[in-house]
Design a protein around this ligand. Structure first.
Ligand code: ADP
Ligand code: MG
Length: 352
């Protein structure tokens, strides 16, 4: 929003007035939405499909910094991170509810800016905003999103189904969001030190978009369905490849071996990692916020998976006793535990 735009305090129109304003961002698109915003509760009809539910809480100062996060992007991202969890079950999202804690520094216009992003995400992913809540807050902005989706019985993919010899696959590329965040933090410091300085963001467009405007991988789920591959396990990468792979291994009671040289990292991420003196693989393993999908499939699907768009095989599931291993580019094996990773990090300083 531009500085000189007139702003309206929420107290001027009240909570109900604000809800009425926000309704324009919640056009109902899905047949499953029987009752949306406006009653005590929403009603959805998923017929004989199973319902998948997930929720996430985003706190200002913990999960986002409004100095460099435009409200529209924040609204978009708040929805996307939830949809990513629904897709990670191989389910289809249908609806969200969204609750807000708002301190008095947020005007009606600011909230509407947030909702423009929410509406954009809902429209792109074809989900309905069917309800929410608003409360005053003493500590800035809080956004809580609950997403609902559907899946046919027996078709949901859990973290616990990986089997020995399965292929470990990831979508897209990893580590860029973390590096985008480092750039934003650096430019924030420059700005705070000298408010005349303009941030240098244009040449870092790709990695900054990865942190500010992530997408959920609906396309990967749809590709897998199209070629009739039911993954044995799946998880979305919100905390970094290392920790997500650990979840799959622990819950599936298996081990794994992945190869550093196979881990996809975007060339812009590699360049930025070098500038920050961080190993690009460290960003991919531990950076997080990529919202890519990590999944395992039976090895008989190798040819089909290799033909899939934007999917890479990075390793194999092994017996639990073989441990969880990362093979470095030079051929050394490291344990995928915090401790093992430390030793890898020692030669690849991470400056955070
Ligand atoms: P209640 O008193 O039952 O909490 P509200 O007055 O808070 O009801 O909400 C009225 C309607 O507006 C409900 O359908 C609710 O789901 C919806 N709603 C409230 N806040 C939001 C929001 N931030 N975004 C979307 N819908 C909302
Ligand atoms: Mg309420």
């Amino acid at each position: 929003m531009s500085e000189n735009q007139k702003t309206t305090e929420i107290s001027e129109i009240g909570e109900f007035g604000l809800i009425t304003e926000l309704c324009q961002f919640a056009r109902q698109k899905n047949k499953s939405t029987i009752t949306g915003i406006g009653d005590d509760a929403a009603i959805i009809n998923h017929g004989n499909l199973q319902t998948v539910v997930t929720t996430d809480l985003l706190m200002e100062g913990i999960h986002f910094d409004l100095i460099y996060t435009p409200l529209m992007h924040l609204g978009y991202k708040a929805v996307v991170v939830n949809l990513s969890d629904i897709y990670a079950m191989m389910a289809k999202p249908t609806s969200i509810t969204l609750s807000l804690g708002l301190s008095s520094r947020f005007s009606v216009e600011a909230v509407k800016e947030l909702y423009k992003g929410i509406e954009k995400a809902c429209s792109f992913y074809e989900v309905d905003l069917i309800g929410g809540d608003i409360s005053a807050s003493l500590t800035g902005l809080t956004i809580s999103v609950t997403a609902l989706g559907t899946v046919e019985e027996g078709k949901a993919v859990h973290r616990s189904g990986a089997k020995v010899d399965d292929l470990i696959c990831v979508s897209g590329d990893l580590g860029a969001a973390y590096l985008g965040l480092q750039i934003l933090e650096r430019e924030k410091q420059v700005y705070l030190d000298n408010k005349e300085m303009q941030p240098e963001l244009e040449q870092n467009k790709y990695i900054i978009e990865r942190i500010l405007k992530p997408e959920a991988r609906r396309d990967i789920v749809e590709q897998l369905q199209k070629v009739n591959i039911q993954p044995t396990s799946m998880i979305d990468i919100s905390d970094g490849l290392s920790s997500e792979l650990m979840h799959i291994c622990v819950q599936s009671q298996v081990g794994c071996k992945i190869y550093d040289e196979n881990i996809p990292v975007h060339k812009d991420a590699i360049e930025t990692a070098i500038i920050f003196n961080i190993d690009p693989s460290t960003c991919a393993m531990n950076g997080g916020e990529d919202y890519e999908l990590l999944f395992t499939v039976s090895k008989e699907h190798l040819d089909v998976i290799e033909d899939m768009f934007d999917v890479r095989v990075i390793g194999k599931i092994s017996e639990k006793e073989a441990g969880k291993k990362l093979v470095s580019k030079s051929g050394n094996e490291y344990d995928l535990t915090a401790q093992g990773w430390q030793s890898f990090k020692a030669t690849n300083q991470k400056d955070t």
